[in-house]
Write a protein that binds this ligand. Structure first.
Ligand code: NAD
Length: 434
Protein backbone atom coordinates (compact mmCIF):
# COMPACT_ATOMS: atom_id res chain seq x y z
CA UNK A 1 0.00 0.00 0.00
CA UNK A 2 1.03 3.62 -0.45
CA UNK A 3 1.09 5.30 2.93
CA UNK A 4 2.10 8.65 4.33
CA UNK A 5 2.97 9.60 7.86
CA UNK A 6 2.40 13.22 8.83
CA UNK A 7 4.61 14.13 11.79
CA UNK A 8 7.83 12.12 11.91
CA UNK A 9 8.50 12.03 15.65
CA UNK A 10 8.59 9.14 18.13
CA UNK A 11 5.29 7.71 16.90
CA UNK A 12 5.51 8.64 13.22
CA UNK A 13 9.05 7.49 12.53
CA UNK A 14 8.64 4.19 14.36
CA UNK A 15 5.31 3.39 12.72
CA UNK A 16 6.55 4.53 9.31
CA UNK A 17 9.59 2.27 9.58
CA UNK A 18 7.45 -0.71 10.67
CA UNK A 19 4.98 -0.25 7.83
CA UNK A 20 7.84 0.04 5.32
CA UNK A 21 9.42 -3.08 6.78
CA UNK A 22 6.30 -5.09 6.01
CA UNK A 23 6.52 -4.08 2.35
CA UNK A 24 4.47 -0.89 2.11
CA UNK A 25 5.72 2.26 0.40
CA UNK A 26 5.86 4.95 3.06
CA UNK A 27 6.49 8.68 2.83
CA UNK A 28 7.29 10.30 6.17
CA UNK A 29 6.56 14.02 6.23
CA UNK A 30 7.57 16.62 8.81
CA UNK A 31 7.70 20.42 8.92
CA UNK A 32 11.06 20.28 10.66
CA UNK A 33 13.51 20.72 7.77
CA UNK A 34 16.54 19.78 9.86
CA UNK A 35 14.92 16.54 10.91
CA UNK A 36 14.04 15.57 7.34
CA UNK A 37 17.50 16.51 6.07
CA UNK A 38 19.08 14.30 8.72
CA UNK A 39 16.68 11.41 8.03
CA UNK A 40 17.48 11.58 4.31
CA UNK A 41 21.12 10.99 5.29
CA UNK A 42 20.13 8.06 7.51
CA UNK A 43 20.61 10.00 10.75
CA UNK A 44 17.90 9.31 13.33
CA UNK A 45 16.89 12.37 15.36
CA UNK A 46 15.71 10.37 18.38
CA UNK A 47 17.18 7.59 20.48
CA UNK A 48 15.18 4.42 20.10
CA UNK A 49 16.91 1.02 20.19
CA UNK A 50 16.91 -0.76 16.80
CA UNK A 51 15.23 2.07 14.92
CA UNK A 52 18.26 3.38 13.04
CA UNK A 53 18.99 0.04 11.38
CA UNK A 54 15.36 -0.41 10.35
CA UNK A 55 15.06 3.11 8.93
CA UNK A 56 18.33 2.83 7.00
CA UNK A 57 17.48 -0.60 5.59
CA UNK A 58 14.04 0.42 4.36
CA UNK A 59 15.29 3.74 2.97
CA UNK A 60 18.03 1.94 1.03
CA UNK A 61 15.49 -0.50 -0.35
CA UNK A 62 13.36 2.43 -1.55
CA UNK A 63 10.30 1.76 0.61
CA UNK A 64 10.81 4.65 3.03
CA UNK A 65 11.14 8.26 1.92
CA UNK A 66 11.20 11.60 3.67
CA UNK A 67 9.79 14.97 2.70
CA UNK A 68 8.84 18.35 4.08
CA UNK A 69 6.05 18.69 1.53
CA UNK A 70 2.60 17.77 2.78
CA UNK A 71 1.31 17.92 -0.78
CA UNK A 72 3.82 15.31 -2.00
CA UNK A 73 2.98 13.06 0.95
CA UNK A 74 -0.79 13.36 0.46
CA UNK A 75 -0.81 13.03 -3.32
CA UNK A 76 1.37 9.92 -3.30
CA UNK A 77 -0.52 7.96 -0.68
CA UNK A 78 -3.93 6.39 -0.18
CA UNK A 79 -3.75 6.14 3.58
CA UNK A 80 -2.54 9.14 5.62
CA UNK A 81 -1.54 8.66 9.25
CA UNK A 82 -1.59 11.72 11.49
CA UNK A 83 1.19 11.37 14.06
CA UNK A 84 1.18 15.01 15.06
CA UNK A 85 1.80 16.52 18.47
CA UNK A 86 -1.24 17.21 20.65
CA UNK A 87 0.46 19.15 23.46
CA UNK A 88 -1.15 20.58 26.52
CA UNK A 89 -2.82 23.96 26.06
CA UNK A 90 -2.52 26.58 28.75
CA UNK A 91 -5.82 25.47 30.29
CA UNK A 92 -4.73 21.81 30.35
CA UNK A 93 -6.82 20.61 27.40
CA UNK A 94 -5.26 18.97 24.34
CA UNK A 95 -4.12 21.50 21.74
CA UNK A 96 -5.47 20.30 18.39
CA UNK A 97 -4.01 23.11 16.30
CA UNK A 98 -1.51 20.90 14.43
CA UNK A 99 -4.04 18.16 13.77
CA UNK A 100 -6.83 20.42 12.52
CA UNK A 101 -4.54 22.61 10.41
CA UNK A 102 -3.08 19.58 8.70
CA UNK A 103 -6.59 18.15 8.17
CA UNK A 104 -7.48 21.34 6.33
CA UNK A 105 -4.38 21.09 4.11
CA UNK A 106 -5.03 17.42 3.37
CA UNK A 107 -8.51 18.33 2.17
CA UNK A 108 -7.05 20.93 -0.21
CA UNK A 109 -4.26 18.66 -1.47
CA UNK A 110 -6.31 15.47 -1.92
CA UNK A 111 -6.05 14.21 -5.51
CA UNK A 112 -8.23 11.12 -5.10
CA UNK A 113 -9.95 8.97 -2.51
CA UNK A 114 -8.11 9.03 0.86
CA UNK A 115 -8.25 7.43 4.27
CA UNK A 116 -7.09 9.73 7.09
CA UNK A 117 -6.10 7.89 10.27
CA UNK A 118 -5.40 9.67 13.54
CA UNK A 119 -2.67 8.05 15.59
CA UNK A 120 -2.26 11.19 17.68
CA UNK A 121 -3.85 11.09 21.13
CA UNK A 122 -6.94 13.24 20.66
CA UNK A 123 -10.04 13.98 22.75
CA UNK A 124 -13.33 12.28 22.02
CA UNK A 125 -15.00 13.84 19.00
CA UNK A 126 -11.79 14.78 17.17
CA UNK A 127 -12.32 12.22 14.37
CA UNK A 128 -15.65 13.93 13.68
CA UNK A 129 -13.90 17.30 13.51
CA UNK A 130 -11.23 15.96 11.17
CA UNK A 131 -13.89 14.40 8.94
CA UNK A 132 -15.84 17.65 8.79
CA UNK A 133 -12.78 19.71 7.86
CA UNK A 134 -11.32 17.34 5.25
CA UNK A 135 -14.61 16.63 3.56
CA UNK A 136 -15.39 20.33 3.31
CA UNK A 137 -12.16 20.96 1.37
CA UNK A 138 -11.73 17.75 -0.64
CA UNK A 139 -13.31 17.11 -4.01
CA UNK A 140 -12.87 13.38 -3.46
CA UNK A 141 -14.33 10.94 -0.92
CA UNK A 142 -12.42 10.86 2.37
CA UNK A 143 -12.80 8.39 5.21
CA UNK A 144 -11.51 8.97 8.73
CA UNK A 145 -10.47 6.48 11.41
CA UNK A 146 -9.13 6.67 14.92
CA UNK A 147 -6.20 4.36 15.59
CA UNK A 148 -4.55 5.37 18.87
CA UNK A 149 -0.95 4.43 19.48
CA UNK A 150 0.21 2.56 22.60
CA UNK A 151 3.96 2.31 22.05
CA UNK A 152 6.34 3.08 24.91
CA UNK A 153 9.43 5.18 24.32
CA UNK A 154 12.53 3.09 24.84
CA UNK A 155 10.85 -0.06 23.51
CA UNK A 156 8.88 1.64 20.75
CA UNK A 157 10.08 -0.59 17.95
CA UNK A 158 9.32 -3.85 19.75
CA UNK A 159 5.96 -2.46 20.88
CA UNK A 160 5.05 -1.61 17.30
CA UNK A 161 6.29 -4.89 15.85
CA UNK A 162 4.40 -6.87 18.50
CA UNK A 163 1.60 -4.67 19.83
CA UNK A 164 -0.53 -5.93 22.76
CA UNK A 165 -3.55 -4.83 20.79
CA UNK A 166 -4.53 -2.68 17.85
CA UNK A 167 -7.48 -0.38 18.36
CA UNK A 168 -9.39 0.73 15.28
CA UNK A 169 -12.24 3.16 15.59
CA UNK A 170 -14.18 3.72 12.41
CA UNK A 171 -17.64 3.63 10.96
CA UNK A 172 -16.36 2.81 7.48
CA UNK A 173 -16.17 -0.87 6.48
CA UNK A 174 -13.56 -0.08 3.87
CA UNK A 175 -11.37 1.81 6.36
CA UNK A 176 -11.55 -1.08 8.80
CA UNK A 177 -10.56 -3.59 6.11
CA UNK A 178 -7.58 -1.48 5.01
CA UNK A 179 -6.31 -1.02 8.57
CA UNK A 180 -6.79 -4.69 9.42
CA UNK A 181 -4.76 -5.65 6.37
CA UNK A 182 -1.98 -3.20 7.31
CA UNK A 183 -1.73 -4.40 10.91
CA UNK A 184 -2.25 -8.10 10.28
CA UNK A 185 1.53 -8.84 9.99
CA UNK A 186 2.05 -7.44 13.51
CA UNK A 187 -0.55 -9.57 15.29
CA UNK A 188 0.38 -13.00 13.98
CA UNK A 189 0.77 -14.26 17.55
CA UNK A 190 -2.92 -13.71 18.13
CA UNK A 191 -3.03 -10.36 19.88
CA UNK A 192 -6.38 -8.72 19.15
CA UNK A 193 -7.38 -6.11 16.63
CA UNK A 194 -10.25 -4.39 18.40
CA UNK A 195 -12.68 -2.67 16.08
CA UNK A 196 -14.96 -0.17 17.74
CA UNK A 197 -16.59 3.19 17.17
CA UNK A 198 -14.36 6.26 16.88
CA UNK A 199 -15.30 7.82 20.19
CA UNK A 200 -14.57 4.65 22.13
CA UNK A 201 -11.21 4.35 20.37
CA UNK A 202 -10.32 7.93 21.26
CA UNK A 203 -11.38 7.37 24.87
CA UNK A 204 -9.48 4.05 25.12
CA UNK A 205 -6.15 5.84 24.75
CA UNK A 206 -6.91 8.34 27.52
CA UNK A 207 -8.31 5.58 29.74
CA UNK A 208 -5.11 3.54 29.34
CA UNK A 209 -2.81 6.42 30.19
CA UNK A 210 -4.94 7.69 33.07
CA UNK A 211 -5.02 4.20 34.57
CA UNK A 212 -1.24 3.84 34.32
CA UNK A 213 -0.77 7.27 35.87
CA UNK A 214 -3.17 6.29 38.65
CA UNK A 215 -1.10 3.19 39.45
CA UNK A 216 2.03 5.32 39.83
CA UNK A 217 0.36 7.98 41.96
CA UNK A 218 -1.23 5.26 44.10
CA UNK A 219 2.08 3.59 44.85
CA UNK A 220 3.78 6.94 45.43
CA UNK A 221 1.14 8.05 47.89
CA UNK A 222 1.52 4.75 49.77
CA UNK A 223 5.31 5.03 49.63
CA UNK A 224 5.19 8.39 51.38
CA UNK A 225 2.92 6.94 54.05
CA UNK A 226 5.14 3.84 54.45
CA UNK A 227 8.06 6.11 55.16
CA UNK A 228 6.22 7.84 57.97
CA UNK A 229 4.83 4.75 59.63
CA UNK A 230 8.02 2.71 59.30
CA UNK A 231 6.89 0.27 56.59
CA UNK A 232 8.87 -0.60 53.44
CA UNK A 233 7.02 0.07 50.17
CA UNK A 234 9.19 -2.48 48.39
CA UNK A 235 7.72 -5.27 50.50
CA UNK A 236 4.25 -3.79 50.34
CA UNK A 237 4.50 -3.55 46.56
CA UNK A 238 5.54 -7.19 46.26
CA UNK A 239 2.86 -8.19 48.71
CA UNK A 240 0.11 -6.65 46.61
CA UNK A 241 1.61 -7.36 43.18
CA UNK A 242 1.37 -11.12 43.73
CA UNK A 243 -2.39 -10.75 43.38
CA UNK A 244 -3.07 -11.07 39.64
CA UNK A 245 -5.97 -8.63 39.94
CA UNK A 246 -3.40 -5.99 40.88
CA UNK A 247 -0.42 -7.13 38.81
CA UNK A 248 3.33 -6.59 38.98
CA UNK A 249 3.85 -3.93 36.37
CA UNK A 250 3.88 -0.16 36.75
CA UNK A 251 3.80 -0.28 40.52
CA UNK A 252 7.19 1.17 41.32
CA UNK A 253 7.46 4.16 43.61
CA UNK A 254 9.72 6.97 42.49
CA UNK A 255 9.93 10.64 41.68
CA UNK A 256 6.67 10.88 39.75
CA UNK A 257 5.73 10.14 36.17
CA UNK A 258 6.84 12.40 33.32
CA UNK A 259 7.18 12.17 29.57
CA UNK A 260 5.21 13.49 26.68
CA UNK A 261 2.08 11.45 27.38
CA UNK A 262 0.92 10.65 30.92
CA UNK A 263 1.01 14.20 32.35
CA UNK A 264 -0.75 15.85 29.41
CA UNK A 265 -3.21 13.02 28.87
CA UNK A 266 -4.37 13.01 32.50
CA UNK A 267 -4.82 16.78 32.32
CA UNK A 268 -6.69 16.55 29.01
CA UNK A 269 -9.04 13.90 30.43
CA UNK A 270 -9.71 16.16 33.40
CA UNK A 271 -10.65 18.91 30.94
CA UNK A 272 -12.91 16.58 28.94
CA UNK A 273 -14.66 15.57 32.17
CA UNK A 274 -15.14 19.17 33.25
CA UNK A 275 -16.41 20.16 29.81
CA UNK A 276 -19.06 17.47 30.30
CA UNK A 277 -20.04 18.74 33.75
CA UNK A 278 -18.31 15.91 35.56
CA UNK A 279 -16.11 16.36 38.58
CA UNK A 280 -12.97 14.26 37.89
CA UNK A 281 -11.89 13.91 41.54
CA UNK A 282 -9.81 10.79 41.07
CA UNK A 283 -7.94 12.15 38.04
CA UNK A 284 -7.23 15.44 39.77
CA UNK A 285 -5.79 13.59 42.75
CA UNK A 286 -3.59 11.49 40.42
CA UNK A 287 -2.20 14.68 38.93
CA UNK A 288 -1.69 16.45 42.27
CA UNK A 289 0.06 13.48 43.89
CA UNK A 290 2.38 13.39 40.90
CA UNK A 291 3.25 17.08 41.04
CA UNK A 292 4.19 16.71 44.71
CA UNK A 293 6.18 13.55 44.09
CA UNK A 294 8.56 15.35 41.74
CA UNK A 295 9.80 17.27 44.77
CA UNK A 296 10.32 14.40 47.26
CA UNK A 297 14.05 14.09 46.71
CA UNK A 298 14.65 17.82 46.92
CA UNK A 299 12.58 18.00 50.14
CA UNK A 300 14.61 15.15 51.66
CA UNK A 301 17.81 16.90 50.65
CA UNK A 302 16.61 20.18 52.15
CA UNK A 303 15.66 18.59 55.45
CA UNK A 304 18.98 16.67 55.57
CA UNK A 305 20.81 20.01 55.34
CA UNK A 306 18.33 21.78 57.67
CA UNK A 307 17.06 23.91 54.79
CA UNK A 308 20.49 25.38 54.19
CA UNK A 309 21.04 24.38 50.57
CA UNK A 310 22.73 27.57 49.34
CA UNK A 311 26.30 26.84 48.28
CA UNK A 312 25.83 23.06 48.24
CA UNK A 313 26.92 21.00 45.24
CA UNK A 314 24.66 18.19 44.08
CA UNK A 315 25.06 15.53 41.39
CA UNK A 316 22.10 14.25 39.40
CA UNK A 317 22.25 10.88 37.68
CA UNK A 318 19.58 10.54 35.02
CA UNK A 319 17.76 13.32 33.20
CA UNK A 320 15.38 11.59 30.78
CA UNK A 321 11.93 10.82 32.16
CA UNK A 322 12.73 7.12 32.02
CA UNK A 323 15.63 4.91 30.88
CA UNK A 324 16.26 4.00 27.23
CA UNK A 325 15.04 7.32 25.87
CA UNK A 326 16.46 10.78 25.30
CA UNK A 327 13.03 12.34 25.85
CA UNK A 328 13.03 14.90 28.67
CA UNK A 329 9.54 16.31 28.11
CA UNK A 330 7.92 16.82 31.54
CA UNK A 331 10.82 14.92 33.12
CA UNK A 332 10.87 15.16 36.93
CA UNK A 333 14.61 15.98 36.66
CA UNK A 334 13.74 19.38 35.18
CA UNK A 335 11.56 20.33 38.16
CA UNK A 336 14.26 19.20 40.59
CA UNK A 337 17.03 21.07 38.79
CA UNK A 338 14.99 24.27 38.65
CA UNK A 339 14.23 24.06 42.36
CA UNK A 340 17.85 23.29 43.30
CA UNK A 341 19.14 26.20 41.23
CA UNK A 342 16.67 28.53 42.88
CA UNK A 343 17.94 27.39 46.28
CA UNK A 344 21.47 28.35 45.27
CA UNK A 345 22.72 24.79 44.66
CA UNK A 346 25.37 23.98 42.05
CA UNK A 347 24.05 21.12 39.91
CA UNK A 348 26.39 18.61 38.23
CA UNK A 349 24.33 16.43 35.91
CA UNK A 350 24.94 13.23 33.98
CA UNK A 351 22.77 11.16 31.66
CA UNK A 352 23.88 8.50 29.15
CA UNK A 353 22.05 10.19 26.24
CA UNK A 354 19.74 13.03 27.30
CA UNK A 355 22.30 15.73 28.11
CA UNK A 356 21.84 17.84 24.98
CA UNK A 357 18.09 18.25 25.48
CA UNK A 358 18.56 19.49 29.05
CA UNK A 359 21.51 21.66 28.08
CA UNK A 360 19.29 23.43 25.57
CA UNK A 361 17.02 24.40 28.46
CA UNK A 362 19.43 25.26 31.29
CA UNK A 363 22.58 26.19 29.35
CA UNK A 364 25.48 27.15 31.61
CA UNK A 365 23.33 27.20 34.75
CA UNK A 366 23.98 23.46 35.05
CA UNK A 367 27.31 21.63 34.69
CA UNK A 368 27.03 18.55 32.46
CA UNK A 369 29.30 15.50 32.48
CA UNK A 370 29.65 12.66 30.00
CA UNK A 371 30.95 10.42 32.78
CA UNK A 372 28.78 9.59 35.77
CA UNK A 373 31.84 9.56 38.04
CA UNK A 374 33.07 12.98 36.89
CA UNK A 375 29.72 14.41 37.97
CA UNK A 376 30.42 13.22 41.54
CA UNK A 377 33.61 15.20 42.17
CA UNK A 378 33.26 17.18 45.39
CA UNK A 379 29.47 16.86 45.69
CA UNK A 380 27.52 17.06 48.93
CA UNK A 381 24.97 14.53 47.70
CA UNK A 382 23.91 12.41 44.72
CA UNK A 383 20.32 12.30 43.49
CA UNK A 384 19.53 9.21 41.39
CA UNK A 385 16.60 10.31 39.25
CA UNK A 386 16.41 7.87 36.30
CA UNK A 387 17.15 4.16 36.69
CA UNK A 388 19.50 3.69 33.74
CA UNK A 389 21.18 0.26 33.89
CA UNK A 390 24.64 1.81 34.20
CA UNK A 391 23.64 3.26 37.60
CA UNK A 392 22.54 -0.06 39.08
CA UNK A 393 25.90 -1.56 40.04
CA UNK A 394 28.36 1.34 40.13
CA UNK A 395 31.78 1.28 41.80
CA UNK A 396 30.70 2.49 45.23
CA UNK A 397 34.26 2.71 46.57
CA UNK A 398 35.18 5.05 43.73
CA UNK A 399 32.01 7.06 44.29
CA UNK A 400 32.75 7.50 47.96
CA UNK A 401 36.25 8.71 47.20
CA UNK A 402 34.92 11.31 44.77
CA UNK A 403 32.05 12.70 46.84
CA UNK A 404 32.57 15.28 49.58
CA UNK A 405 29.67 13.81 51.56
CA UNK A 406 28.66 10.20 50.78
CA UNK A 407 24.94 10.93 50.71
CA UNK A 408 22.73 9.15 48.18
CA UNK A 409 19.09 10.01 47.56
CA UNK A 410 17.83 7.12 45.49
CA UNK A 411 14.69 8.24 43.68
CA UNK A 412 14.14 4.82 42.11
CA UNK A 413 15.02 2.47 44.98
CA UNK A 414 17.68 0.74 42.90
CA UNK A 415 20.17 0.27 45.74
CA UNK A 416 20.12 -1.94 48.80
CA UNK A 417 19.89 0.44 51.78
CA UNK A 418 21.64 -2.02 54.10
CA UNK A 419 24.53 -2.59 51.72
CA UNK A 420 25.03 1.12 51.21
CA UNK A 421 24.94 1.88 54.90
CA UNK A 422 27.55 -0.81 55.50
CA UNK A 423 29.78 0.86 52.94
CA UNK A 424 29.49 4.13 54.81
CA UNK A 425 26.88 5.91 52.71
CA UNK A 426 24.01 7.87 54.11
CA UNK A 427 21.08 6.48 52.13
CA UNK A 428 17.57 7.79 51.47
CA UNK A 429 15.15 5.90 49.26
CA UNK A 430 11.46 6.43 48.53
CA UNK A 431 9.07 4.85 51.00
CA UNK A 432 11.60 2.52 52.57
CA UNK A 433 10.84 2.81 56.26
CA UNK A 434 12.30 5.33 58.65
P1 NAD B 1 6.82 14.21 18.51
O1 NAD B 1 6.86 15.59 19.01
O2 NAD B 1 7.96 13.29 18.78
O3 NAD B 1 6.61 14.22 16.93
C1 NAD B 1 5.70 15.03 16.29
C2 NAD B 1 6.32 15.51 14.98
O4 NAD B 1 5.33 16.26 14.27
C3 NAD B 1 7.51 16.43 15.17
O5 NAD B 1 8.61 15.92 14.45
C4 NAD B 1 7.05 17.78 14.60
O6 NAD B 1 8.09 18.49 13.94
C5 NAD B 1 5.99 17.32 13.62
N1 NAD B 1 5.02 18.36 13.26
C6 NAD B 1 4.49 19.33 14.05
N2 NAD B 1 3.60 20.06 13.35
C7 NAD B 1 3.59 19.54 12.09
C8 NAD B 1 2.88 19.87 10.92
N3 NAD B 1 2.02 20.87 10.88
N4 NAD B 1 3.11 19.12 9.82
C9 NAD B 1 3.99 18.10 9.84
N5 NAD B 1 4.70 17.75 10.93
C10 NAD B 1 4.48 18.46 12.04
O7 NAD B 1 5.47 13.58 19.05
P2 NAD B 1 5.16 12.05 19.38
O8 NAD B 1 5.75 11.72 20.70
O9 NAD B 1 5.50 11.22 18.19
O10 NAD B 1 3.59 12.11 19.58
C11 NAD B 1 2.68 12.26 18.51
C12 NAD B 1 1.28 11.92 19.02
O11 NAD B 1 1.24 10.56 19.44
C13 NAD B 1 0.84 12.74 20.24
O12 NAD B 1 -0.54 12.94 20.16
C14 NAD B 1 1.16 11.83 21.41
O13 NAD B 1 0.33 12.09 22.52
C15 NAD B 1 0.86 10.47 20.81
N6 NAD B 1 1.59 9.36 21.42
C16 NAD B 1 2.90 9.48 21.76
C17 NAD B 1 3.58 8.41 22.33
C18 NAD B 1 5.01 8.52 22.76
O14 NAD B 1 5.44 7.68 23.54
N7 NAD B 1 5.76 9.51 22.33
C19 NAD B 1 2.90 7.19 22.53
C20 NAD B 1 1.58 7.09 22.13
C21 NAD B 1 0.93 8.17 21.58
Amino acid sequence: MNLSIIGTGYVGLVQGACFADTGNRVICMDIDERKIKALKKGIIPIYEPGLEEMVQKNAQEGRLEFTTSLKIAVQNSDVIFLCLPTPQSEDGSADLTHVLEVADEIGKDANGEKLVVSKSTVPVGTADKIRGIVRKKSKYPVEVASNPEFLKEGTALQDSLKPDRIVIGSRSKKAIEILKELYEPFVRTGNPILVMDERSAEMTKYAANAFLAMKISFVNELANLCEQVGADIDWVRRGIAADPRIGKLFLFPGVGYGGSCLPKDVKALIKTSEANDRDPRLLRAVDEVNENQKMVLVSKLASRFRNRLRGKVVAIWGLSFKPQTDDVREAPSLVMIESLLQSGVTVRAHDPIAISAVKARFGKRVQFFESSYDALKGVDALLVVTEWNEFRRPDFTRMKRLMKHPIILDGRNIYDPKELKEMGFEYYGVGRGR
